[in-house]
Design a protein around this ligand. Structure first.
Ligand SMILES: NC(=O)c1ccc[n+]([C@@H]2O[C@H](COP(=O)([O-])OP(=O)(O)OC[C@H]3O[C@@H](n4cnc5c(N)ncnc54)[C@H](OP(=O)(O)O)[C@@H]3O)[C@@H](O)[C@H]2O)c1
Length: 360
């Protein structure tokens, strides 16, 4: 296959609003380093990591919900997920499905032609277990909002599936985050898991993956999205912020709260956890600042776990679930990559259920 020297790419030029994206048709196609592969992008999923990083929402100076992030001024020192600055120009986009079209000197050429999805966690190859030495593809390294991308060979995972590229591009971030959370909370078939934001990328994956473990799942979502959340397998679906949650859940024993929403309703959610219950959290789309009554935490013997950098086994497990058809994609819409600003506006508006994907 002939690889061109220039490509289309959506370039992020700095932190701020959508006008920080620049559409380029003359961006250089990257060359794979010795341990990297060059991937022709078939589709790339959109995630809040892109929105948060673009807006600088990860900065401790920002305290509001994700959709209000650019109303506050991020600190220059901590605007990205890892607490350190990233450099610009940057190509975002983490969830690539594509084909390996070239390899670096240390990678087996037999990999050329493989269909892959990405493991987004970039690790130190000599210290793979060390979560302090990690970066995120599309954040610390250019990602997939382009026609071609390079990444370490170990981050390009072969996948055999009848799903389309767009469908496969929904899994990497949302589902690995969800599975990482369920691992941290050690969810089993004896649990009842409460999932706020169940219509979202991570929330929908939490529903499916908690059901895959045999747990009972109670989802919270805006009423217009209830049918789609039920179709993911939730046993019950309640509104986003029920008027009387504890009454609605009277006959339930909530052992796990798997939350990526946070915000003003968070303390009501924590209040319905059973004695010995577990909160696992990986996001705060409704706002990172929450009220916690410490007595709730200690008098009820609760355990709180945060989850971001996933264990090494998570992605290979997900590939197995995808290939076996145990989990399915939740694809809300596709947009041309050139229309990424429209795609991100729609993504932030949250009228959809599942994931939005761009096509180069
Ligand atoms: N730590 C990590 O590695 C990691 C990885 C992925 C995502 N995350 C984080 O997890 C959070 C959710 O990500 P996601 O991709 O699942 O998001 P998403 O697809 O945008 O969905 C979020 C869902 O939350 C619900 N929601 C409730 N209150 C909301 C509010 N005030 N504003 C917006 N949505 C609200 C919405 O559902 P309803 O309208 O149905 O209520 C929405 O569908 C984000 O903060 C993201 O940064 C973290």
């Amino acid at each position: 296959m002939t690889i061109p020297s220039k490509m289309n790419a959506m370039i992020l030029t700095g932190h701020g609003d959508l006008d920080k994206y620049e559409w380029r048709t003359d961006w250089p196609v990257p060359t794979p380093a010795a341990d990297q592969v060059l991937v022709k992008v078939g589709a790339c999923g959109m995630n809040n990591t892109d929105v948060n990083t673009r807006a600088g929402w990860y900065s401790k100076a920002v305290t509001g919900a994700t959709d209000t992030a650019t109303e506050e001024t991020p600190d220059g020192d901590d605007p990205a997920w890892g607490g350190a600055p990233i450099t610009f120009p940057r190509i975002q986009g983490a969830d690539v499905c594509g084909e390996i079209v070239a390899v670096g000197a240390k990678v087996d050429p037999a990999r050329i032609g493989e269909r892959i999805i990405t493991d987004n966690w970039l690790r130190d190859s000599d210290d793979l277990q060390n979560k302090n030495k990690t970066g995120y593809y599309g954040s610390e390294l250019d990602g997939g909002y382009a026609q071609y991308t390079v990444l370490p060979s170990r981050n390009a995972l072969a996948v055999h599936s009848d799903l389309s590229d767009a469908e496969l591009a929904t899994f990497s971030c949302s589902y690995s985050t969800a599975e990482g959370m369920l691992e941290r909370a050690q969810v089993t078939a004896s649990d009842t898991v409460l999932v706020p934001g169940a219509s979202g990328g991570v929330g929908g994956a939490l529903v499916q993956l908690a059901k895959h473990r045999g747990a009972r799942v109670i989802a919270l979502a805006s009423p217009a999205k209830h049918a789609e959340v039920s179709a993911l397998g939730a046993d019950r679906v309640l509104p986003r912020t029920p008027d009387n949650l504890s009454a609605d859940l009277k006959k339930e024993t909530i052992t796990v709260l798997a939350d990526v929403v946070g915000g003003p309703f968070w303390s009501t959610l924590v209040d319905v956890l059973e004695r010995g219950g577990r909160l696992t959290t990986s996001g705060a789309i409704a706002g990172p600042m929450v009220d916690l009554d410490l007595r709730t935490l200690y008098l009820r013997d609760l355990t709180f776990t945060g989850s971001t950098v996933i264990d090494l086994a998570v992605m290979p497990n997900l590939i197995r679930y995808i290939e076996a058809g145990d989990i399915r994609p939740s694809l809300a819409a596709t947009y041309p990559l050139a229309d990424l600003k429209d795609a991100q506006s729609a993504f932030i508006a949250k009228k959809h259920t599942g994931n939005i994907v761009v096509l180069p």
